[in-house]
Design a protein around this ligand. Sequence first.
Ligand SMILES: NC(=O)c1ccc[n+]([C@@H]2O[C@H](COP(=O)([O-])OP(=O)(O)OC[C@H]3O[C@@H](n4cnc5c(N)ncnc54)[C@H](OP(=O)(O)O)[C@@H]3O)[C@@H](O)[C@H]2O)c1
Length: 336
Amino acid sequence: MRLYRLPKHEGFDDLTLTHADLPACGRGQVLVRMRAASLNFRDLAVATGKYMMSRLPPDLVPLSDGAGEVVETGEGVTRVKPGDRVAGIFMQGWMGGEMEPAHGQSALGGAIDGVLAEYAVFDEQGLVHIPDHLSYEQAATLPCAAVTAWNALFGLHPVQPGQTVLTLGTGGVSIFALQFAHAAGARVIATSSSDEKLERVRAMGASDGINYRTHPEWQDEVRRLTGGRGVDHVVEVGGPGTLARSLGSARSGGVVTLIGVLTRGQIDPLAIFGSGAIVRPIYVGSRQMFEAMNRAISLHRIEPLIDRVFGFDEVREAYRHLKGATHVGKVVVRIE
Ligand SMILES: NC(=O)c1ccc[n+]([C@@H]2O[C@H](COP(=O)([O-])OP(=O)(O)OC[C@H]3O[C@@H](n4cnc5c(N)ncnc54)[C@H](OP(=O)(O)O)[C@@H]3O)[C@@H](O)[C@H]2O)c1
C-alpha cells in the first residue's frame, strides 16, 4: 500500500510517498481502506515540529482526519463490519466524559500515526459510522474541525435558538460552527479578512459579516449589532491576538471557547474579569460528541463546505493551499 510519512519535522516539503505491507488486523482491530483525508491548521504545525500538544515521533504518518470503508475485522469486533463507512476519531482513547491528559497521547497524526495512507488499522473503539448522505470527501472533514466546533457550541452551555454566535475567520472550525449554530436556530455574526469570503458566509446563513481588516476594533461592531448586549458564544480560533476583542464581544455570562492560536500577543487577565464571560479551553472532543454531532448532521442534512479536493499525488500542494489561507471551509485529499 502507499502512504505518506514525515521523516523529520522540518516542513511539508519533506513529506515522502512510500510503500508498506498491508497492516495486520489483530484482535479488536479494524482494517479500513481510507478514501479521503482532510487537512487542519494543526497539520501545518505538525509538519514543522511546532505542534505543542504532543511529542511527535519520527516517520509519522500525518493527518488526523480521514474516512473510508471497513475491509476486514479482527477477532471479537462487534461495532463495525466489512463494507461499513467509517471515520477515525481524533483522539483514539477519548470515548466520553471529561478529557484527561492521557487522551491527548492518542491523537492521530500527532502522537500516533495518522490517516494519510491507503489502509489504516484502528481499534474498533476508535471509529464512528459516518452520515449516509455524506461522500467520503465530506466525511473526512469531520473528526477534528467539526467535532471541535460541536464541542464549542454544545459541550458546556448548549447554544439556544435565538442566541448569537460569533465566529472568527472562515477556516474549517469556523465554518462548521456557522453551520451548527444556524441549524440550532441561532444568529451568527462572522468575521473575516475578506469581503468576498464574508459574502460566502452570508449566503450560508450568517446574518452579519465584519471585515476585521477594515474594522480592526471589530468588537465595537459586534456590540453595535447586538444592541450593546454582546454575543452568547464566541468560537475563539484567533488566540492571544484576538482574545481581548473576543472578550469585548461576549455578553457577561456568555462563553468564549478557546480553540486556536492563529495569532500571537499578550493576554491581560483583567480583560477576562472585566468581561464576565466564561473562558473555556477545549481540545477537539470525544467519540460521544462525534456521534451526537453525526446525528445532528444527518437530521439537518448538513454538508461540510469543501474548498478544494487534491489528488493523492498532490499532497504538498494541498498543504501549500491551506497555508495560503485563501480557502473557505476544508481542504481535502482524495485517496484513490
Ligand atoms: N483546540 C482544538 O481542539 C482545535 C481544533 C481545531 C483547530 N484548532 C485551532 O483553531 C485554529 C483554526 O483552525 P482551522 O483548522 O479551522 O484553520 P484553517 O482552516 O486553516 O483556517 C484559518 C483561517 O482563520 C482565519 N484567520 C487567520 N487569522 C485570523 C485572525 N487574526 N482573526 C480571525 N481569523 C483569522 C483566516 O480566515 P479569513 O481569511 O476568513 O479571516 C484563515 O483562513 C488553529 O489555530 C487551529 O490550530 C484547535
